[in-house]
Design a protein around this ligand. Structure first.
Ligand code: TTP
Ligand code: MG
Length: 596
């Protein structure tokens, strides 16, 4: 599967993709090509003797029209690389995406963001120049060196973390149901939006979060499968049941990815991490028919980066030594760090910082500290050093307020009886939280089976709550009702307004969550939807997200009626960052931080 999936599209496939008739045309491209790229094939087809300009047609250009060169500088989420797209002709994809979206609101929004980023880069470069001319950088270098030493002292190499990520998850689930889909380019979703594509389709540049009509231009033979969340949930629970055998406290970070601390499992089995990773992948494949990829490292941030390196159906083991980690960050493009999106990548690149290790080099760590907010520079320095979370999530919360929880032990119960217990627990928890005036958004369900093994499942909600109804709704999704339990508990942590929680949430969104600039992915339970106004997938339910838009527009009306002073406008505006996943604005401070 790996070799097939990784291969470049054949000339025949390319010709079919470029043909407006989607596959019926004979081998014109093969004749014209001779090992040529898509673009060369297109050129040969358009200039090689009377054939229509297929590239122009599939990119939406009218024959004879002078080519608009705007595509060269147009980067969007649709043109980002994903696993399985290494051999894709990026220029071809950029052209097709550009031609087919250049008059859309999404396009204008992308352009606005690009212009904003350009201004930020210019501003940063001005500040850098000012610091240099005033000989102030040396002071920042010293602070940075101190910070780096402090961070270095926190390095924890005692754990082995596995990040298990299913390959083309939704698409692979459909292939299991209909194996004929495995051999053809296929995407999940429809002409409006696709949520993922199989590796056959990725050869054409088709990827998740791309509008289906653009995907069809890239690959006219593309088959669509409508989403089937019940199927994904069933397969995800099968996978999780297997993962729990290797780490009963594993963290599910969405339907298709999980973090496992396998430190004790490795000790008990006397196995190497490579052997265990292969064993888990075989186990998952044997019992579910699905393939996954595993990243192995001493912390979760690195493990996540590693799981993408040998996708699909592969593993990558980063050795557990400081030298190995630093060698890894020395060749790691900053964009690979979870949380660093296209805008931050551009800003960093404008400052000459392209690899993670650059962020902590003697010559640039001071610049990072001088130009970015305290939180953001801390996060960037940690990325440069290859530091990430390695303890259990509760330990990682550190000095933060502990969570609040209610649990009950009882004779073994399942089904309805267990549901009633869970409802009772959520009602008690609501009382306790109301009493203390707390609202939180990290929910964990603790379950002890008749084997006395304790399992936990967690989820981060897109909003803070203390409502029994909301907690029950999410706790129910995390609970297994079909086997006997003798204890169940619900814990809420990550409190609203808690400084540590804010910091934690920021770093988590930088390094644990998905790419913030890309549409948010449905988390456990398959939530989220595509918002036509934001032109992106958001993690909340439609109702929650629409409420947010409503609140925003109402507040705009208040301002335009002169209801609030300019400085209060900012404070009153519902924060998009708080609602939609991500937002690289986090990274940029208004002015350099004062020296101590
Ligand atoms: P990913 O792990 O990002 O993608 P994937 O599993 O399809 O492919 P890969 O082999 O590269 O890991 O996302 C997991 C699932 O989440 C994916 O199958 C579909 C869904 N998803 C969305 O619904 N919307 C999105 O924008 C993305 C990125 C994923
Ligand atoms: Mg995946």
């Amino acid at each position: 599967m790996a070799s097939e999936a990784g291969g470049r599209a054949s000339r025949e496939e390319v010709a079919r993709a470029m043909s407006p008739h989607g596959g019926g045309e004979p081998d014109m491209a093969a004749e014209a090509g001779g090992g040529a790229s898509r673009e060369e094939v297109a050129r040969a087809m358009s200039h090689g003797g009377g054939e229509p300009d297929m590239a122009a047609e599939s990119s939406g250009r009218v024959d004879g029209e002078k080519e608009d060169e705007g595509w060269r500088s147009y980067e969007s989420v649709f043109t980002n690389q994903k696993a399985g797209m290494d051999d894709v002709d990026r220029d071809w994809v950029k052209k097709v995406v550009y031609e087919n979206s250049k008059n859309s609101p999404h396009f204008r929004n992308e352009q606005r963001k690009a212009e904003q980023a350009t201004r930020r880069i210019q501003e940063m470069l001005r500040r850098k120049e000012a610091l240099l001319s005033q000989n102030q950088l040396a002071g920042y270098d010293q602070s940075a060196a101190k910070l780096v030493a402090e961070l270095e002292a926190t390095r924890d190499l005692s754990h082995w973390w596995f990040h298990v990520d299913m390959d083309a998850f939704y698409a692979s689930c459909h292939e299991l149901m209909d194996p004929t889909l495995a051999g053809v380019p296929m995407a999940v979703g429809g002409v409006g939006m696709i949520s993922t594509a199989n590796y056959q389709a990725r050869k054409y540049g088709v990827r998740s979060a791309m509008p289906g009509f653009i995907a069809l231009k890239l690959c006219p033979d593309l088959k669509f499968c409508p989403s089937d969340f019940a199927l994904y949930k069933t397969k995800a629970s099968e996978v999780r049941a297997i993962l729990a055998q290797y780490d009963p406290n594993f963290l599910a970070a969405g339907l298709d990815e999980s973090y496992l601390d396998v430190t004790s499992c490795l000790e008990a089995r006397g196995e190497s991490p490579d052997a265990l990773a292969r064993c888990i992948r075989d186990h998952v494949r044997r019992e579910t028919g699905l393939t996954c990829s595993i990243g192995v490292a001493c912390n979760r941030m690195l493990a996540k980066i590693c799981s993408d390196l040998n996708k699909p159906n592969g593993e990558f083991v980063l050795q557990r030594s400081r030298e190995a980690v630093l060698a890894f960050t020395s060749s790691l493009p900053v964009r690979k760090v979870p949380g660093i999106g296209k805008v931050t990548e551009r800003i960093l690149s404008g400052l000459g910082l392209n690899l993670a290790r650059d962020l902590v080099s003697r010559s640039s760590a001071g610049l990072v500290v001088a130009l970015f907010s305290e939180k953001a520079s801390g996060a960037l320095l940690r990325a440069g050093l290859g530091l990430g979370r390695s303890g259990a999530p509760d330990e990682d919360a550190g000095a933060g307020r502990k969570g609040i929880s209610v649990e009950r032990t009882f004779r073994p119960l399942r089904g309805k009886g267990l549901e009633a217990k869970l409802a009772e627990i959520c009602a008690k928890l609501e009382d306790a939280m109301m009493d203390k005036g707390l609202r939180a958004r990290h929910i964990t369900v603790k379950m002890k089976g008749t084997d006395f093994v304790v399992r936990t499942k967690s989820k981060t909600l897109p909003f803070y709550t203390n409502s029994a109804e909301a907690m029950l709704q999410h706790a129910t999704k995390l609970t297994s009702f079909d086997s006997d339990l003798r204890l169940i508990g619900v814990r809420m942590a990550g409190f609203e307004g808690d400084a540590v929680e804010q910091g934690q949430a920021t770093l988590d969104s930088l390094f644990l969550d998905r790419e913030p600039e890309e549409p948010a992915v449905s988390s456990v339970g398959g939530g989220g939807y595509f918002c036509e106004t934001c032109k992106k997938h958001v993690a909340e339910t439609k109702a929650e997200h629409e409420d947010w838009h409503l609140a925003r527009s109402l507040q705009r009306e208040v301002w335009s009626a002169g209801g609030l002073g300019a400085s209060r406008k900012q404070a009153a505006l519902p924060s998009k960052k708080a609602k939609c996943v991500g937002g690289m604005d986090l990274f940029v401070t208004k002015r350099p931080r004062k020296m101590e």
